[in-house]
Design a protein around this ligand. Structure first.
Ligand SMILES: Nc1nc2c(ncn2[C@@H]2O[C@H](COP(=O)(O)OP(=O)(O)OP(=O)(O)O)[C@@H](O)[C@H]2O)c(=O)[nH]1
Ligand SMILES: [Mg+2]
Length: 300
């Protein structure tokens, strides 16, 4: 089983990398498959979804929960990209402590997320959204991976519009870290809407790789701060002096702030929302890192 990962490198956390290295890697990566992990509770339809995508009865499916025991992968070509799809074992069902990832998620499934650029969290539309689904979703976002929610078994849902509305509302409330988590509704069994999964993956992947020029960012930052200034701290207005994108995958921005510790979370959230809207960065995790000190990039 572990052989599967031997040829793979974990997806780099580019925090540790310099900017130049990342640019090079992105070019290289165009040749490499995009790793896409399919995770979710037992019986959600993960294996059925992959079989439908690759149009082959490759993986074992059935009504018994826990059919898939190990992570398995298959290569798939779509829209000029090659994907390596990872089918994973369902999350453990009877976990009492639902906020502890180790308890609900098999090690292998967690590992698949670590290696993936994109993770589809498959939910059974006939079952209520549970705490453990959200724990996994949080984990995927924190890891900086692209999260796509795939609402499956819509053939069994009576009022699809109401179900989707409710789901969008819950996701917005529960996952505020991402502005507009992509939600695709499918029937893995009949194939309905399955092609939409790759539309969402492709769009999010492009966004995840996006780079915005420093010039544009700072023009934007001036306008935003003018319109909605950060609050006062110790009698002085907090000021964000400068902003630059330090990496992509996921898009990460350094903010040079006059009193970085005093900048409230709510203001960062406001900035993130505006950034996502104004630069079309919805649907992927964005990181804003407030820093103190002088802007090292400022012209002398
Ligand atoms: N009606 C309906 N049934 C589905 C759909 N997708 C999957 N199923 C059924 O749900 C059951 C579970 O499907 P699997 O694909 O084995 O689920 P899984 O998520 O891989 O499950 P584990 O491997 O146990 O974690 C099977 O009986 C499928 O036929 C769907 O879109 N509609
Ligand atoms: Mg399975």
């Amino acid at each position: 089983m572990h052989l599967l990962y031997e040829s793979l490198q974990p997806h780099h956390d580019a925090h540790k990398e310099r900017e130049g290295d990342i640019e090079e890697k992105i070019e290289e990566d165009e040749e490499k498959p995009i790793n896409l992990a399919i995770v979710g509770r037992p019986n959600a339809g993960k294996s059925t979804l992959i079989n439908q995508i690759i149009e082959e009865e490759r993986f074992l499916t059935g009504p018994t929960a826990g059919l898939t025991r190990d992570t398995q992968s298959v290569l798939f070509h779509k829209n000029t990209h090659t994907y390596r799809l990872f089918d994973t074992a369902g999350l453990r069902k009877k976990a009492k402590v639902v906020h502890e990832l180790e308890k609900i998620m098999a090690k292998e499934a967690k590992r698949a997320i670590q290696y993936a650029e994109v993770v589809c969290l498959v939910l059974d539309a006939t079952m209520p959204l549970e705490k453990q689904d959200l724990t996994i979703a949080h984990h995927i976002i924190e890891e900086g991976r692209i999260l796509i929610i795939v609402l499956n078994k819509i053939d069994l849902v009576e009022d699809l519009n109401a179900t989707l509305k409710e789901m969008r509302l819950r996701l917005g409330e529960e996952l505020p870290q991402v502005v507009g988590v992509p939600l695709v509704h499918v029937s893995a069994l009949s194939g309905r809407n399955v092609e939409k999964v790759f539309e969402a993956v492709g769009a999010a992947y492009t966004t995840w790789n996006q780079r915005i020029t420093t010039g544009k960012l700072n023009q934007w930052l001036d306008a935003v701060q003018h319109h909605h200034p950060p609050p006062l701290s110790k009698g002085r207005r907090i000021k964000i002096r400068y902003m630059t994108q330090i990496k992509s995958r996921p898009p990460t921005f350094a903010l040079f702030v006059s009193q970085p510790k005093a900048l409230p979370e709510s203001y960062l959230r406001y900035l993130k929302n505006r950034l996502a809207k104004d630069f079309s960065l919805s649907g992927v995790p964005l990181r804003l890192l407030p820093r103190g000190g002088k802007n090292p990039y400022a012209p002398k």
